[in-house]
Write a protein that binds this ligand. Structure first.
Ligand SMILES: NC(=O)C1=CN([C@@H]2O[C@H](COP(=O)(O)OP(=O)(O)OC[C@H]3O[C@@H](n4cnc5c(N)ncnc54)[C@H](OP(=O)(O)O)[C@@H]3O)[C@@H](O)[C@H]2O)C=CC1
Ligand SMILES: CC(C)(CO)C(=O)C(=O)O
Length: 317
């Protein structure tokens, strides 16, 4: 039985943890913050188009990582599913009380460079980078609305096959999983969507993907950002970005959002509407830094980045 600590018991984390515990091969200790009381009382109330609706009750619900580790439990895996907000503080230290040399840290977050603080703080500890293909929201504490996707691409292929073993459990729980040596290429692919749709959704004043692709100028901006991310991703990884799920480049990626009936509310839009911090550093700031180092021009990304920082300042500072 794998002992798994969930840090970041929000929309995405609750679903991936639920799919592990459902198999009977993993027990979850969930660190809850704002939703602690409701999760202790009612569990996570999950509606899902892909899986059955369910109440997910983690084996243990705690308020902090120290509380989780206080009884000497040694966790095989720690899932980090918080928003990645390095500009608001290095939160790699928040899991320190539960990290041992046997632990594998699994980062399930959007963006580029999310692994750096964990590698720096925990040299020698196995860190898996996981790219999530899922659509899920937590409209109120403990209430989880999940759509029809639940996939993960993880890597690198690691020591002791720890990524492979976890992927096998997730597969048994209905999560479509692959383990790759070069997961960073997939991070850049995912970024092509997040750096365009998520950010312009906010910079344009709060719009879903349908409204954005139906406006020709906004659609052009999104397409231009996708092209920049592809160019930058190829420069950063030193190879053409792979074709995934039939998507060979920005045109096909944009077309997925233009298909009739498709309406997506990006997670950054939800954060903006709830006046929460935005993941602008891992989605734009870190890639722009890499672009400057490599001499790749990314003017559309730079423009939207500057706007997002100022928009966030207006309600956070
Ligand atoms: N939602 C989606 O469809 C997708 C999300 N992603 C990515 O996945 C990651 C997670 O996103 P998502 O699940 O939507 O985010 P949420 O905001 O729903 O969940 C994050 C959770 O982390 C908790 N948290 C943050 N800081 C702490 C802390 N110091 N101590 C304890 N708990 C903490 C929050 O608690 P509290 O409520 O108290 O703030 C919240 O429950 C992000 O990187 C996102 O970009 C990727 C693909 C799709
Ligand atoms: C689900 C998806 C792809 C939607 O934009 C996403 O990654 C996000 O919202 O952050």
């Amino acid at each position: 039985m794998y002992k798994v600590l969930l840090f970041g018991s929000g929309a995405l984390g609750s679903v991936y943890a639920w799919r592990l515990q459902e198999t009977g091969a993993a027990e979850i200790t969930a660190v809850c913050r704002g939703n602690y009381e409701t999760v202790v009382q009612n569990g996570f109330q999950i509606t899902s188009s892909l899986f059955k609706n369910d109440v997910f009750r983690p084996s243990r619900v705690v308020r902090s990582v120290s509380e989780a580790a206080a009884d000497g439990t040694e966790f095989d895996y720690i899932l980090v599913c918080t928003k990645a907000l390095p500009n608001r503080g290095d939160n790699s230290g928040l899991i320190a009380a539960a990290v041992t040399s046997q632990t594998t840290i699994v980062l399930i977050q959007n963006g580029i460079g999310i692994e750096d603080p964990f590698h720096a703080r925990y040299p020698g500890v196995n860190v898996i980078s996981a790219v999530a293909y899922i659509d899920v929201a937590q409209p109120e504490g403990g209430v989880i609305e999940h759509g029809g996707n639940c996939a993960l691409v993880m890597g690198p292929v690691g020591e002791g096959q720890r990524a492979e073993k976890l992927a096998e459990v997730w597969e048994n729980g209905g999560v479509s999983c692959s383990v790759l040596e070069n997961v960073q290429a997939v991070r850049w692919l995912k970024l092509a969507w997040n750096a365009s749709f998520n950010t312009v959704a906010v910079a344009s004043g709060g719009n879903n993907t349908r409204i954005m692709v139906d406006d020709p100028e906004c659609c052009r901006l999104i397409y231009n950002i996708m092209i920049e991310v592809y160019r930058l991703g190829e420069a950063a990884t030193g190879a053409p970005l792979p074709v995934m799920r039939g998507i060979a480049g920005p045109k096909e990626l944009l077309a997925t959002a233009q298909a009739p009936g498709v309406v997506v509310m990006p997670s950054m839009l939800m954060d903006f509407l709830a006046k929460r911090p935005l993941e602008h550093e891992v989605i734009l700031g870190n890639p722009i830094q890499i672009a400057r180092e490599l001499g790749v021009a990314v003017p559309h990304m730079e423009t939207v980045y500057a706007l997002l920082r100022m928009i966030e300042k207006q309600y956070l500072d």
